[in-house]
Structures are given as C-alpha cells and as structure tokens.
Ligand binder design. Structure first.
Ligand code: WTA
Length: 646
C-alpha cells in the first residue's frame, strides 16, 4: 500500500465549501442528531408540502423499513428544471458531446424544461400514468435525460437499461419491472460503430411480452422496422406536443426509479430508489464532493445506464443548477486523447471517471495527454472500483499536472450517492484510499462473526445507520432486500465489500467479498455468467470467478465442463465467448475459459469456489484445506490446465 500523503493546499481549504474543521463539525453533528441535520439539509430542494417527519428507519431484519421526509410532497423534475428557470433559464444545463467530435449541442435550462415537458406529454399520450414503469434503453444522447426527467415529472418510474445489454438481458428487466412502454433509439453510435438498439428492443419485446408501446428516438436515421400500433417515432409525436406539462405531486417516498444490478446469486435485482431523500442526497454530495460552484463545467464520463449516470450526470447536477457534460462516445475514439480534447474544447473544470479508463489510457503514455492544455481542470474524481496507487499517481501527475486533488468516491447502486470520499478542501489524500465517510454515514468494519473491530483493522464493511439516498427495497421482492443486505450482520447494512481502516481512520476498500466481480467498473454476478454458459447446449457445468486484470481491474475466468461427447477446442472457446456476449452483453464476455473434466466439489456437491479463485489468480501454491473435496484429484488437472492470464 502506498504511504504517500497529499495535504490539502491552502488554496483548496479556503476556496472549498468545507474545510477540515467544518467537516469534523458537520460530521459530528450529523451523527449526534441525524433528524436535525437532515431536517436542515432537506431544505436544499423545493417541497410543495414541507415534511414534518425527517427520519423513520429500521435495519432490524424482522422489520426493515426506510423512510425519509415521509410526509413531504415534491417533484424531482420540478427541482431540476422549473425551480431554475427564473435565475438560470439561459444557462447551459447540458453540454452534449457526440461520438463524432464535430457533433455537439448545448441545451439551456429553459430548453431542457421544454424538451422534458414535451417528452412527458408524449409518454402521457402513450398511456403512461403515475406509478407505471417505463424502460429506457437509449444511447448517451440528451433524450436519455429528457426521458428520465419526463418520467419523474409525471410520476412514472423509470428503469434505465444500459445500451450494451443484450435483448435477453433487456427482456428480463422489462418483464421484472412489468413495463408496457419502452423508450429506445433507432441505433446508437459508439466509437464510430452502430448499435442496433431498436432491433434489440424488438427482440426483447418478443421475449418479454406485455410491451404495448415502443417510442423510438431517431439518432442515426438508420431505417428500422416499425410495428404499426405499437411503435412510434418520438420526433413525430413530440412536434405536436405542448412544451408545458404540470409536475405531478409526489410523496417523498414514491418511487423515482428502478435500476437493475448484479448480486451474488440469482437474476439482477431491481434496486428501488424513491423521490425526496434520493434527490437531497444526490444534490448534497454533488455539491460538496465535487465542490461545485456556479459556472463550473462538470463532466462525469459514466453512462446513464449505471447509477453514476443517474446521480452524477442527471439528478445531482441538475438539482444544483449545474452545467453537466454528457458524452456519447468512448475514451479512445477517434483518438486516444479524446477525453483530454473534450476537456479543452468545453473548458471542463471537474472531471469524474473510472479507474479502468485511467489504466487503459495510461498505456498510451503521457504524450496524448500532454499535448492538450487541461488548464481548466481543477478537480478529478474516481469511481466504480478500487483505484490502484499507480493509476492514482498517473491521474494526479499527468492528467492533473500535480495540481488537482482526486476524490476517490466509494458507493454503490444501492447507496444512491457517494458514501466514503475525500472532500477536496478538507481531506488529505492517500492514493488508493476512499478516505473518510460523508456526513451521516456510519461505516463499521466487522469480522466474519459480526464483531465490530476498533482502530486500525481489516474486515467487511457494514453501515450502522441509514442515509437519505439509500435504496428502499428490491422491486417486487422485499424479502430479497432484507436477506441480501440485513441478514448477514443483523441490524446493519452489509455492503458486500471488504475494507481496511488505517490508523488515521481512513478507509481502503479492498473489493467485493461475495460472488460479485467488478469488470472495468461494471458489476457482474458470477452466477449470471454461469447460467448463461450452462444454457449452451454443449456445456454441462460452469463456475466463474474473477482474477486480477491489469486494465479491467478484474477479468472473468470461466471453468467449463462439457457434455459428454464434446471435445474442448479453440473454436468452442470462441463459440462460448460469443454465446455469453449474446446472452448478457459484451461486458460479460469471459476473458479466459478453462475446460475442466471436473470441478472441485465438497461431498455435498457444493463447488469450492475458493479453490477456483486461487487457481485463476495463479496462487495455487496456497490452496488451503482440500481434504473436504469429494475428489481431490480434480485439483491437479485444474492447476495443470490453468489458462495463462498474461
Ligand atoms: C465498487 C458504482 C473501491 C465496490 C457507484 C462497490 C469501489 C461496487 C469504488 C458498486 C471505489 C465503487 N473504490 N471500490 N471508489 N466505487 N466500488 O453498484 O465494490 O456499480 O460495492 O456502483 O463497486 O458498484 P455499482
């Protein structure tokens, strides 16, 4: 672990909202009296009817219930749009940068308001009502934000599905949410390549059933089949719609969105976030963590298909009246310097990206970075996976010219917003550490038995109390919510992450301790990849684990046992990789496949994944106790035929 420390500069401690003294004072206040603290913070958004109750939360596994501001009435779109019109109508809300560097667009708050109202009217015309679930399967175009805010405006619940997911994955999510309306585009455009979104949506609708309406935004103008009665082009409907639409009165605890995420078992779960607490938390963290001031240009490179895009491209920034940049493309197209070129083009001040992007751009050396100015940059951020100190140092030295602090923000889809992070004017930085908890966040480190550890220690990360941005339930399966998060360590929220706390009380997230892997910052359940593999007619059994990967953080290592009569071959390996891409999406492609005649199992038939993990990590000298294996002989074969990860 790196022991280097970067102190807060006086420039930062004086310019930022929060310096160290203020952090300590506010953090103590947030723990001492959460009701007073969050009661005050709740006022940062507009309420049609103010709340009188602030916090009503229980982590008791017999009665998990999370409510914030429960009697308040508000509307998220109103807070992101209407509220700003008087003061910022002509200010740019969204800077859109296309995949092609010649394409860009600036959308003011007034224009955004009108676009969202039109979109809301289109949804209404297609029969969408308060409480209905709308699935959004769009590329990174402004219409993605319009569609999300349009749902929020009329009280519909959006479920955004990442455009890289396959028709099958999309179908599962449409079905689970019970969406009858899908919003998609003719085609997406990424790195110069077209993504057949409408065709995928058609295939998904065929599989899921129940889809009554597909609203198609024209992005490329490519010709796509349209089923009459079901499919409509967005632009054709929108042009006749009024640019006014009343914002629905929403209770603070009415659902805002569902976002599917991978867990250690089973199908992806629908993480449900609600209205009031989520918005307060997203807005507050966006303001303080990125030290956002009026006039700043802020760029988060995530996709709106992930939670980072929800909270830190759309809701947090727009609630704060910020200028948020939305990028359609990829980091290396048309040049390996695209990120830095976009920063110069739009004079970006705050830049938030993922370690995997940093690591891959690092490989191209300093030159593509250094030939850009990046003089506008003031603050850098990292999210999605642990950032290794080498990547941190490179980000700091090369991208930030030793001048910009890095906020390494730890959080999850479930947490709604950032929970452990430096504040740039308050927190000294240690490369690789997410440092200290945000206000109201009570991290604890526990051992395997749930014993809370003191001082410097290492164990599993739990949270002892609720914060307003916390997920409220798994859509349609509250019991799964309770079992997944509150049963392991009764009375505490279990994050699924391991962590170390150092003598300064700083947190170092060490990665997942469950069967979730993090591939290029994308969360993937090993069980999902396994079930895709065993769905292949030639596969009898599969076990998937993560292994350290230089660029992706973790790679996907699959052990596959074939049905009798089939022989391992390079060709079959390729066939299986393509199969998984088709079943789930390219992000789930196995990096390595090892054909194994048998998997290590206990006598009761349980696969010993610990052994598979060690072999995938090349740590097979240290397999631990294998005496409980039904057939210890399989281990030698597994070691002998391990796939080279270099
Ligand atoms: C990991 C993304 C270390 C972690 C916002 C977590 C991180 C999972 C960090 C959630 C970080 C996220 N340092 N690990 N700064 N940020 N993670 O739901 O394992 O896509 O549990 O949310 O990513 O991934 P998710």
């Amino acid at each position: 672990m790196s022991e280097k420390v970067y102190d807060v500069t006086t420039e930062w401690s004086s310019r930022a909202y929060i310096d160290d003294a203020k952090y300590r004072e506010m953090y103590a206040a947030s723990l001492k009296d959460p009701v007073a603290f969050w009661g005050e913070e709740g006022k940062r958004i507009h309420w049609f009817t103010p709340y009188t109750k602030v916090k009503n939360t229980s982590f008791d596994p017999h009665n998990v219930s999370i409510k914030w501001y429960e009697d308040g009435v508000t509307n998220v779109a109103y807070n992101c749009l209407d509220r700003h019109l008087a003061t910022r109508g002509d200010q740019v809300a969204i800077i859109w940068e296309g995949d092609n560097p010649d394409e860009d667009k600036k959308i003011t708050y007034r224009e955004l308001y009108e676009e969202v109202c039109r979109f809301a009217n289109v949804l209404k015309a297609r029969g969408v009502k308060k409480g209905d679930r709308v699935t959004i399967y769009l590329p990174m175009i402004p219409e993605a934000a319009y569609a999300m805010l349009a749902c929020a405006r009329i009280g519909a619940v959006h479920s955004v599905v990442f455009g890289g997911f396959s028709p099958d994955s999309l179908a599962g999510r449409i079905e689970d949410a019970g969406s009858t309306v899908v919003v998609t585009a003719d085609e997406g455009l990424r790195g110069g390549r077209k993504v057949p979104l409408k065709l995928n949506a058609d295939a998904a609708a065929d599989r899921a059933g129940g889809v009554e309406s597909i609203i198609v935004v024209r992005r490329t103008g490519g010709s796509v089949p349209m089923r009459s009665g079901r499919d409509v082009f967005y632009d054709e409907m929108a042009k006749n719609m009024p640019a006014e639409c009343a914002a629905a009165e929403m209770n603070a605890e009415d659902p805002l969105f569902i976002l599917y995420t991978s867990g250690s078992t089973g199908k992806p779960k629908g993480v449900l976030h609600t209205t009031g607490g989520y918005l307060v938390y997203a807005a507050m963290t966006h303001q303080y963590v990125f030290d956002y001031h009026d006039g700043d240009i802020y760029w988060c490179t995530a996709d709106v298909g992930w939670v980072t895009g929800h909270s830190y491209i759309v809701y947090g920034p727009l609630a704060n009246g910020a200028t948020t940049l939305m990028f359609e493309g990829v980091p290396n197209y048309p040049t390996i310097g695209r990120f830095w070129e976009v920063i110069d083009k739009h004079k970006v001040n705050i830049f938030y990206t993922a370690p995997t992007a940093i690591r891959s751009l690092m490989q191209a050396g300093e030159e593509p970075v250094k030939k850009t100015s990046r003089a506008s940059l003031r603050l850098l951020g990292s999210v999605g996976e642990p950032i290794n100190p080498e990547a941190w140092e490179w980000y700091h030295r090369v991208v930030g010219d030793d001048r910009c602090p890095i906020v390494d923000t730890w959080w999850q889809t479930e947490t709604g917003g950032i929970l452990i992070t430096p504040l740039p004017g308050a927190t000294k930085l240690k490369p690789g550490s997410a440092t200290r908890p945000f206000f109201g966040v009570v991290p604890e480190v526990v051992d395997a038995n749930g014993l809370v550890l003191d001082g410097a220690c290492e164990g599993n990360l739990v949270l002892a109390d609720s914060w307003p941005g916390q997920m409220r339930t798994v859509y349609g399966d509250h019991d799964r919510f309770v079992q997944t998060y509150f049963a392991t360590y009764a009375g505490k929220y279990f994050t699924g992450d391991g962590c170390r706390r150092d003598a300064d009380g700083f947190y170092w997230i060490t990665g997942r301790v469950d069967d979730v892997i993090n591939v290029s910052g994308h969360r993937m359940g090993t069980a999902e990849v396994e079930s895709a593999l065993v769905a292949h007619p030639k596969v009898s059994e599969a076990a998937v684990v993560g292994y350290p990967h230089d660029i992706k953080g973790q790679g996907i290592y699959a052990y596959v046992t074939l049905m009798s009569g089939f022989e391992p071959s390079e060709e079959l390996r390729k066939e299986l990789v393509n199969w998984v891409r088709k079943e789930i999406g390219p992000i789930a492609s196995p990096d390595l496949i090892q054909f194994a005649p048998g998997l290590p199992k206990t006598r009761s038939g349980k696969i010993m994944r610990r052994i598979l993990r060690k072999i995938a990590e090349d740590e097979f000298g240290n397999l631990g106790d294998t005496s409980t294996l039904a057939d210890p002989g399989v281990v030698d074969d597994l070691i002998g035929n391990r796939q080279n990860r270099r």
